[in-house]
Structures are given as C-alpha cells and as structure tokens.
Design a protein around this ligand. Sequence first.
Ligand code: TRP
Length: 342
Amino acid sequence: MENIATNKIILTGDRPTGPLHLGHYFGSLKTRLALAQNLQPNDHLFIMLADVQALTDNFENPDKVRANILEVAADNLALGLTGPQITLFIQSEIPAIAELTVFFSNLVTINRLKRNPTVKTEIEQKKHLFGEYQESLTYGFLGYPISQAADILTFKANIIPVGEDQLPMIEQTREIAVRFNRIYQSQVFPSPQAQLSSAPRIIGLDGNAKMSKSLDNAIYLKDSPEQILAKIKVAKTDSGSTLEYDPTNRPEISNLVLLYALSQNIEPMEAVKKLTRMKYGEFKTVLATSISDHLAKFRQKRAELIANPEKIMSLLKAGSKQALLVANKTMDEVRMAMKIDY
Ligand code: TRP
C-alpha cells in the first residue's frame, strides 16, 4: 500500500464565536499543545479558524464572527501554537473546502444527517433560530458535518484532536472518505481518527453540564485576575461545608476542586488532601489565584499580540496562503478521480 501516509497530518478547528475558555483549555487545547510539542520531521499541524461553520448558526451576526477571528487567533498564538510545522488559517480563505463540500454532499443522505447526535442536540438547543418544530432549520446547519468532513479531508488529515462531542463528525468524515474512494476508485482520502483528550470535562460555573460562552458560565483564558476572582466568587457550590471530589453526587464543588487540581498539575484527590478543612470562601480565593497564576504568562503574551491586530491578520493571511497550496493539490486529485478535470 504505497499511498498510505505514515506521517501525522493533524487538523483541528475552532469556531470563532468567542474567546477560548478553561473548558477548551483543559478539554482540548492541552492535547493540541502536547501534539504540537511532539511533531516529528514530516508531521504537520493545521489549526483552522472555522468561520464558515460559525456562520451556520450565526449567519445573522457576521460582525461577531469577524471580531472573534482575532480573539481566537490570539488565544492560539499566545499558547505558543506557532512554528514551521504549524499552520493557523481561516476556513473561508480556502474555497476548495466549499467546493469539496458540494461534491461530498452527493455522498451523504439527508437521513444520515438527521441522525447525527451532536447536530440533533444543537438543533434542539437552537429553537430560537430553527423553530420549535425545526420548521426553520437550514440546509447549511443540517449539512455542516459534510463541510467539516471537507475541512478535514481537504488536508488529508489523519489525526483530529477534539472533544467527545465531535466524535460523530469524525465518524461521518470516515464514511464519506470510504464512499468517495470506493465510488471514484481512488485512494485520495485517508481514514482520519479522533484523538480524545484524557482530561475530565469541565462543567459551567453555574453547574450547567457544559462550560460555554453562550451560557455565560465560563472563565476565559484572557480574563484578568480580578475577573477570575469575581466569577469564582459567584460560582455555584452546594450546601455542604467540606471540600470533596465526588463529581457524581457533588458536581459543582467537585468541578471547582478539579479546576484547582488542573491549574496545579495535580490529581483531584491530591488537591482534596491539600485543601482539607478549608472553608468554601477561602478555597474560592485560593482557587482564583491558582487559575490566575497558571495563566499569567499566557495573559501577558496575549495582551501583546492583541495590541497589534495587523500583525495577527498578516500571520493568518500567510497561514491561509500555505493551506491553500495543500488544498488545491488535493482538489486536483479529486477532480481527476471525479472525471471533472477539464
Ligand atoms: N466543530 C468543531 C467545534 O465546534 C470545530 C471544527 C470545525 C473542527 N472544523 C473542524 C474540529 C475540523 C475538527 C476538525 O469545536
């Protein structure tokens, strides 16, 4: 099998809908950083700012998506995700992705799209946009897994570091790759695998199952020490008085203990031992300081970067130019396989 790449082509994406928060950081950015630090000579890491995907449920808010391109780029850059083997780019700068989405859309049934559990949940959550009975559900939103498959396959990526909620997308991507290769008798596409982070999930400060910008329950990586303290102070706990790590029965306080442990690079049980007999109020101050110290260097670097938006944009333009070369090469192979290489 000559055509199987042994090098790692890693691709991942962020929707530019808000600055990155602690849920992103402990859930997926840390894996991304570890992968970036272990790249072998022929490996490559693509990080996509998925503005086209963000527009599928923000089509009425183009300003928001535009503004957050810089925010999310600054977050990635300040974490240290730069270098000759890392390409940070903007999805909409790569027309090949949109083109491949059109070709792939022949290979996916509407029923298959409706069964995607992640999209299903999102549609449920977005009644304000798609209606109580999905009467306003758009073709673009229902179909975004096809576009995500194109994000991945345009770059022939074989490793996709993501959170658990993205597994259905990677599965659909593999189905599409296999179907394309079979129908067009080609070996254009690899079979990408998800790489899950081992970090436990961070829940919202309000106890909601997910830390998320839209739920307003997140600590952003760029938050100042004062903002972090203010948010932790009002974070939900419980009526108990002892610190424990028992996520099933005491989710809120356990989440705060977990955040402490992660920011100290220790295990939650070790954190409990260290914090023993501390009152909630005192613990909250200690926790806020711990998070804030953990992010101190990042914060400084990010502030420097965001002060110079032109520089960020020129980095993104250069990254997109690089990505475009790779994408266009794949498209030549796709057109040949599909017999549309006129
Ligand atoms: N859907 C991902 C998210 O919501 C973002 C994303 C877009 C992505 N394109 C991708 C992730 C390609 C991995 C690969 O977080």
